[in-house]
Design a protein around this ligand. Structure first.
Ligand code: UN1
Length: 514
């Protein structure tokens, strides 16, 4: 596959690198997928300059033509679906079925936005004065910096890049370094779809260099909008930085997503949902299940069935038919091991914990566990509302379970962590479903479905520690990548002053019916 992956500025590869690091297959650590040449902050600034120079011409390109480019991206993604998905599987260890779904999510996003190129509707608005018309227009924000994580190395970037480009913005994209090879393949598809040089720039850099490049680019007035998907800690720093420049970034941060299972829930369905939400993608989605909050009357029964389903689930080699594969990369494995330290004495652990090894084996493991970063799926029963495990995101295959008595208590537990990304309730009672939706602080609510797996055209985003209220996807994301401009056009031939020259309607407002 790719030899060395390099940043792209103004359509040219940037040969100089501050560091060269291998990107390895987390399911088979001996397999080096490619080498990443990381750039310093100066390259980020140069990329922002290139994007700035290309912006006016791109914004002047008729929106339907920009839509044609997005249509081409969708077609090339379809043509390359299997190859791109295989690369996702190889570089970050996502099971192939899920990787194919991830590429499909890009295609769905293109399908939605190619038509938006022929809409991007503004309004005509009546004026309070004669011979005057009012209008609104969506204008591009300008130059956008997009910084994304590697757990969805291509789908989540497409949620930013596709609408941002369609709306007439130019972009600097900073993908995760541990998914650089797949990011490069994604970039090449855009480059072959008719995106002009300079409109889409890519910078591979570590977190610190990215932050300092962004700081400089913002100070130089080169960036008008930042989109960031990643941890709440980094999102907070980006929010502070953007705030100093009077900008509101689009932030998609962590989650500690609750799933409430009521006394009337269909338990088999709930178990299936908890299994996929908690252990699908090895628990490494921002939408992964954090804590199952289970009515006391079905608590033991749920735990038994969930424990059994987890023991029976296929895990291992992500090229095979498994529920989940390895953790994304060494850094994530280390972070997850730290969060396993949150398991406390009062908890009851169901199943094994930690790395799958010869001494800590998993029955039925598919493939060779020693080859990669494989971790046992762990259920921790009896978590309490003030436990670290209850309050903090783990980003790995561990699910906490806690009992509740009343729905109000379940909702309070669901809101307790302060995150507010996604949530789920399993119930057969519509009353409980709506009460839950009203009380839960999450931006997304599933009824009888997983906490993860949002469709690509519904608003996606969170509240509290999960974001700043921004929403991606569908028509809602247009407000991130355009600004409303209002126009008033007076053709009366005189200066008509709003509020002052407006005719008042004659009326008798003392009139009462007899
Ligand atoms: C993420 O993990 O950052 O809803 C996004 C889902 C996916 C996206 C997750 N479509 O689970």
């Amino acid at each position: 596959m790719a030899g060395e992956v390099l940043s792209v500025v103004g359509g040219e590869r940037v040969a100089e690198a501050v560091r060269r690091t291998p990107s390895t297959n987390p399911a088979r650590l001996s397999d080096v997928v490619g080498t990443v040449g990381s750039a310093g902050p100066d390259v980020f600034v140069r990329a922002a300059e290139a994007a700035r120079s290309a912006q006016a011409a791109w914004a002047a390109t008729p929106a339907p033509q920009r839509g044609q480019v997005i249509s081409n991206v969708g077609r090339l993604m379809t043509l390359n679906k299997e190859r791109l998905a295989a690369l996702v599987t190889r570089e970050i260890g996502k099971p192939l079925g899920e990787a194919l779904g991830e590429v499909q999510e890009i295609i769905d996003t293109c399908d939605f936005f190619l038509g938006e190129g022929r809409r991007l509707y503004g309004q005509t608005v009546p004026s309070e004065m004669p011979d005057k018309q009012l209008f609104t227009f969506r204008r591009p924000v300008g130059t956008v910096a997009v910084i994304t994580a590697g757990n969805f190395p291509v789908a989540v970037p497409s949620w930013y890049l596709v609408p941002a480009l369609l709306c007439g913005n130019t972009v600097v994209w900073k993908p995760a370094e541990y998914s650089a090879v797949v990011s490069d393949a994604f970039y090449e598809i855009f480059a072959h779809s008719g995106v002009p040089a300079g409109v889409f720039n890519v910078v591979y850099a570590d977190g610190q260099d990215t932050f300092s490049g962004l700081e400089q680019a913002l100070a130089a007035g080169l960036i008008n909008k930042v989109g960031f998907t990643g941890s709440s800690a980094v999102g907070t720093r980006i929010g502070e930085l953007c705030g100093r420049h009077l900008q509101t970034p689009c932030l998609e941060l962590g989650g500690k997503n609750p799933m409430v299972i009521t006394e009337d829930a269909e338990l088999d369905l709930a178990v299936e949902g908890a299994l996929f939400s908690g252990f699908g993608t090895a628990g490494q989605r921002c939408t992964s299940l954090g804590t199952a909050i289970v009515h006391r009357s079905v608590y033991d029964e749920f735990l038994d069935r969930f424990g059994q389903a987890t023991a029976d689930a296929a895990m291992g080699d992500p090229t095979q038919d498994v529920l989940f594969g390895p953790l994304l990369d060494e850094k994530f494995a280390a972070g997850f091991e730290k969060s396993l330290g949150w398991i406390a004495a009062h908890h009851r652990v169901i199943g094994r914990t930690g790395r799958v090894t010869a001494d800590n084996p998993r029955a039925g493991f598919v493939g060779d566990p020693a080859a990669g970063l494989f971790y046992h799926p762990t259920i921790v029963a009896g978590v309490r509302a003030d436990d670290e495990l209850f309050l903090n995101e783990t980003f790995g295959p561990v699910v906490g379970v806690t009992p509740y008595s009343t729905l109000d208590e379940a909702i309070a537990l669901g809101n307790k962590s302060g995150y507010g990304l996604s949530s789920s309730i399993y119930t057969t009672d519509p009353n409980k479903a709506f009460r839950f939706a009203q009380g839960i602080s999450a931006g997304m609510v599933s009824v009888n479905n997983s906490t993860s797996g949002a469709e690509a055209h519904l608003p996606f985003g969170g509240n509290g520690k999960s974001g700043n209220g921004s929403r991606q996807s569908g028509v809602w994301v247009l407000d991130q990548f355009t600004r409303w401009q209002s126009m008033n056009w007076d053709y009366s031939g005189k200066l008509q002053k709003a509020q002052m020259d407006t005719e008042t309607v004659e009326a008798d407002l003392t009139f009462q019916l007899q």
